[in-house]
Design a protein around this ligand. Structure first.
Ligand code: FES
Ligand SMILES: [Fe+2]
Length: 357
């Protein structure tokens, strides 16, 4: 379909067609989103034993009904939320129920997904069997959040390891979600254009004057890992920066933010006050929902200012929506990469190629 040269100095970007073709988008859903890891819910939602929390994974696109539970032994499970009898959706709201019971014909399941009972099936032969249990969905818990994947291409632990190691000095498990500082944005553009924009700092001086004033642009740095990458935002001394312990590789640096991206659509922006999680959810081939979720360290509330994040988001949407229009042009085919400032975008395009192959 297209090829991305591994040598960034020679490589061309993804072609315009990638961002606008519906069939390519369907292929992306099948080969990328159904195999990648998704942010699902916060662990808080199933904190206590005997709790149930349903959700639809990537609602407009994968639309997979799943269920997180914590059973009476304290063990968490991620299950299909579809009854194994005739396919009824089982749970529509979070609850503290001990049993998952189907409202259609009364089939019951335990919180670990195992079949418990079903009326009028006494004469059914070979029943119940494994297929009558709710299928388990892979999931992982990290930094107070639950991630899931329908059919993971890569292990989550492998993916997250570079972040886990680099940020081990931070009390990530203590972060608390703040709904008042969280919101969804709707962007009229293909999801990958939003990611492309996120993955380079080249546009910062042009598009984000206020952010640029806090950064030392000369020292803005990129690091590429197998399935994630980092943009290291070095401050210019004016803004709050991380308190980094002696012996850490970043000790002595004035770090304004660690901007981490997990393939394909999760952005973990760590600031001294906590985390801004951005989940880029395609809602169609040319529309995207961006979920901004704010997590604060308990003692850091006072240092949080949400206005700059909102302003930066508006500036990014402005530019991404204009690119969406621009790539419809019959005269635009594809571009090239800045070898010094667009390694992150190049990495993203290589991974897309690898997954679609
Ligand atoms: S569909 Fe659930 S019991 Fe029939
Ligand atoms: Fe930006």
């Amino acid at each position: 379909m297209f090829s991305i040269n591994k040598n960034i100095k020679q490589a061309h970007t993804l072609p315009a067609l990638f961002y606008k073709d519906k069939e390519i988008f369907n292929e992306v859903v099948e080969k990328i989103f159904s195999r990648s890891w998704h942010y699902a819910i916060d662990s808080e939602k199933i904190k206590s034993n005997i709790s149930i929390a349903p959700l639809n994974l990537l609602p407009e696109v994968l639309d997979e009904p799943i269920l997180f539970t914590r059973d009476k032994h304290g063990e968490a499970h991620c299950l299909s939320n579809v009854c194994t009898h005739r396919g009824m959706i089982l749970v529509e709201e979070g609850s503290k129920s001990r049993i998952i019971s189907c409202k259609y014909h009364g089939r019951c399941f335990r919180l670990d997904g195992s079949f418990k009972s079903m009326p009028a099936f006494e004469q059914a032969e070979g029943f119940p069997c494994d297929d009558d249990n709710l299928p388990h969905v892979p999931f992982e818990e990290w930094a107070g959040m639950l991630f899931t994947s329908l059919n993971p291409a890569v292990s989550f632990k492998e993916m997250i390891r570079p972040i886990q190691e680099r940020l081990s000095f931070l009390p990530l498990d203590t972060m608390i979600f703040d709904a008042s500082k969280s919101k969804d944005y709707h962007v009229n553009a293909n999801w990958a254009l939003y990611c492309d924009n996120y993955l380079e700092g080249l546009h910062i001086p042009f598009v984000h004057p206020a952010l640029n004033a806090n950064l030392d642009f000369e020292n803005y740095a990129y690091e590429i890992y197998p399935y994630c990458n980092l943009q290291l935002g070095i401050g210019n001394g004016g803004a709050d920066s991380f308190d980094i312990p002696k012996g850490h590789q970043d000790f002595g640096k004035d770090i304004y933010a660690y901007y981490y991206w997990l393939f394909p659509n999760i952005m973990l922006n760590f600031y001294p006050w906590g985390l801004s999680l951005n989940v880029v959810e395609p809602t169609s081939h040319n529309t995207t929902k961006i979920r901004f979720r704010t997590y604060l360290y308990p003692e850091q509330n006072a240092n949080f200012e949400d206005a700059p994040i909102d302003q930066t988001e508006m500036e990014d949407e402005w530019v991404v929506e204009r690119v969406q229009k621009g790539i419809q042009s019959k005269m635009y085919k594809r571009g090239r990469f800045s070898p010094s400032m667009e390694q992150g975008v190049h990495h993203f395009h290589l991974l897309i190629q690898e997954f679609l192959a």
